[in-house]
Design a protein around this ligand. Structure first.
Ligand code: CO
Length: 213
């Protein structure tokens, strides 16, 4: 959807929004200034059509957000790891949500053989998910079905990638939190669909389980 908004209009909107917030609740910003204690960490796609706060009805202060192309959890990504460490260890979130979406450009690009420059290295992670689940994906009746399944499998793998980190395993062992969730969002209907839930202490493949945390 092409936007008619100008850069100036964003700032104007912001002024009106801040004013309205204070009118509705004079303590709104003062309260947030003191402390942020979100219960949720969101790992979602950068796609502009999947705004974490809006689709979940969460207010400022309620959800800690990390977004990247195709909602990946890559163990060498210092950005993701910093967000995860801070959210889990300091903010003590109770839930971590990985949210993918059907029609994800990153996932679709990973299914093709075009080169996208530096993005190739990022998308390679999704190609690995494809290779891991090749039999199921090849069994799909057509390309759209295959793309939808890959979006779902990608979410599941990223949830598993969270569970493989020592950050998560430590929090599970000593504080029995957070719960991990894999969701997928439908661009066509605006609905979130839960795919997978992983409780603290989930039985991981032994190779990924650290015993000396
Ligand atoms: Co996307």
């Amino acid at each position: 959807m092409p936007t008619t908004k100008t850069i100036e209009s964003l700032l104007e909107h912001n002024q009106a929004w801040a004013r309205r917030r204070v009118e509705e609740d004079p303590q709104f910003f003062k309260r947030l200034l003191g402390l942020q204690s979100p219960k949720f960490l969101w790992v979602g796609c950068s796609d502009s059509r999947v705004p974490a706060n809006e689709i979940t009805g969460t207010e400022p202060g309620e959800i800690f957000v990390h977004r990247n192309v195709a909602n990946l959890v890559v163990h060498t990504d210092i950005n993701l790891l910093s967000v995860l460490e801070y959210a889990v260890t300091q903010l003590k979130v109770e839930h971590v949500i990985v949210c993918g979406h059907y029609g994800c450009g990153g996932v679709l690009a990973a299914m093709r053989r075009n080169s996208f420059g530096v993005l190739n290295k990022w998308l390679r992670n999704i190609k690995d998910v494809y290779r891991l689940h090749e039999a199921d994906l090849e069994a799909c009746p057509d390309e759209p079905a295959r793309a939808r399944l890959l979006v779902e499998l990608n979410v599941r793998e990223q949830v598993l990638n969270l569970a493989k980190t020592s950050i998560l395993q430590k929090a599970w062992k000593y504080e029995h939190r957070p719960v991990l969730h894999g969701w997928v969002y439908g661009l066509e209907n605006g609905l979130l669909k839960p795919l997978v839930t992983m409780q603290p202490g989930h039985d991981l493949h032994p190779l990924y389980r650290y015993e000396d945390l």
